[in-house]
Design a protein. Structure first.
Length: 188
């Protein structure tokens, strides 16, 4: 048994050394080439030209007169990098809006006045009912952070009133009487 554990230790040591070597090789920076002296740079360029000529590749002529040609100023042409040599469409002509006929309320024809906004939705979840033997049922509600308990007629969080507790839902109303909402049992 001792020979087997000693073998595993040696194998682990070899693998660790191999891992360190691979990481060093992968993460080491690339060697930087030494700068070439100006005289040697010209010699290297001449050597490359000689190799290109020997290989039969032609060197393209430089057109210096094209540098003096007039060009369009930036902003004179519309530039679209996704179209090549395609004509640019002229800008659209402005369209004058035609006034729609209005009804007696001053609204365009076919539109009715917007209904006044109702109360915001109640952000409570109905998660359960407690049924004590001697008293009325207690609704268990949550807003995601806090848990609230209440019987029919009680106010929760100072803004909601429990109107009716059912088997699978609870009917809630805003304490100021703005509206009501039925919240179904969510179980979570």
């Amino acid at each position: 048994m001792a020979a087997e554990s000693r073998r595993q230790i040696w194998l682990l040591a070899i693998l660790s050394i191999a891992l360190v070597g691979v990481l060093w090789w992968r993460l080491s920076p690339e060697p930087v080439a030494a700068p070439v002296a100006p005289g040697r740079q010209a010699q290297a360029a001449a050597g490359r030209r000689g190799k290109d000529a020997a290989a039969g590749t032609a060197v393209e002529a430089v057109h210096l007169d094209a540098l003096a040609a007039s060009r369009a100023k930036p902003g004179e042409e519309a530039r679209d990098p996704f179209r090549f040599n395609a004509p640019v469409a002229p800008p659209p002509t402005p369209v004058t809006p035609v006034a729609a006929p209005e009804d007696a309320a001053g609204l365009p024809a076919g539109l009715s006045p917007a209904a006044p906004p109702g109360p915001p939705p109640m952000l409570l979840k109905f998660i359960g009912i407690l049924k004590p033997a001697s008293a009325s049922p207690i609704a268990v509600l949550t807003d995601g952070k806090n848990v609230f308990y209440g019987r029919e007629g009680e106010t929760i969080e100072g803004r909601y009133r429990i109107e009716r507790i059912g088997v699978e839902s609870v009917e809630m109303a805003w304490a100021d009487g703005q509206g009501h909402q039925v919240i179904r049992l969510s179980g979570s």
